[in-house]
Write a protein that binds this ligand. Sequence first.
Ligand SMILES: [Ca+2]
Ligand SMILES: [Ca+2]
Ligand SMILES: [Ca+2]
Length: 248
Amino acid sequence: MRKRTLLMSATLLASGLTPLAMASAEAAVGTPGDVNKDGYRDVVVTAPDATVAGHAKAGAVVVLYGTAHGIDPSRRTVLTQNSTGVPGTAESGDRFGAAVVVSDLDRDGYSDLVVGSPGEDVAGDDGGGSVTVVYGTSSGLTKAKSVEDPWPSSHDAYGRTLAVGTYNGLNPVNGTAYTLSRDSGSLYLWDAGVGPSGKIIGNSLERSNVDVAQELTSMIETQRTYSTNAKVIQTSDEMLSELTQLKR
Ligand SMILES: [Ca+2]
Ligand SMILES: [Ca+2]
Ligand SMILES: [Ca+2]
């Protein structure tokens, strides 16, 4: 169980914080990286230094859609903070798209975009940063919500790095893949070193709650116990067979 805690205690992380709760469902569906759920993976290109409506480095994200014959450049969606459904306004230095992760957060089969805007001004703080989730839907990329840096006085550039994962309560699919369950809980965005999230410290050893030697010893003991029990059953079976033969 300790191993399980280590391996499965992941979550949707941003270089930021605050609960951006995502619904969880029973199982993953659809094709990974498929924003429009047509069965073909799509390509997401980031342009955080793009000028938008005259605002330098406001940033943009471009989705190029896959087809049976590969990427079709004529089929694309350009997202900025001025796009329909995307919260906020494109401003100089927002750098929308400085980090992007593609993942189906709400498990509806449409891959969603998690987009960082580390230069977004928040509550009067210059460059506090924000993270926007743009949901893939049957009607396109027009549904989104954002989380701003909730502790703008503590740090800047919230959303400069992003990661997606899931917590405990997962359903194993095979040896290395898992899907969400009703027990998985919600997904949250947090900044490293803020709130309940941990820090990564350079030039230092990381502590582990798994004693590898003890785990190996336990595994060997379990295996030997199993072998012994199997031998007892086999011997009993042979004795019964012998008795049966004698009776005949
Ligand atoms: Ca697609
Ligand atoms: Ca903005
Ligand atoms: Ca989705």
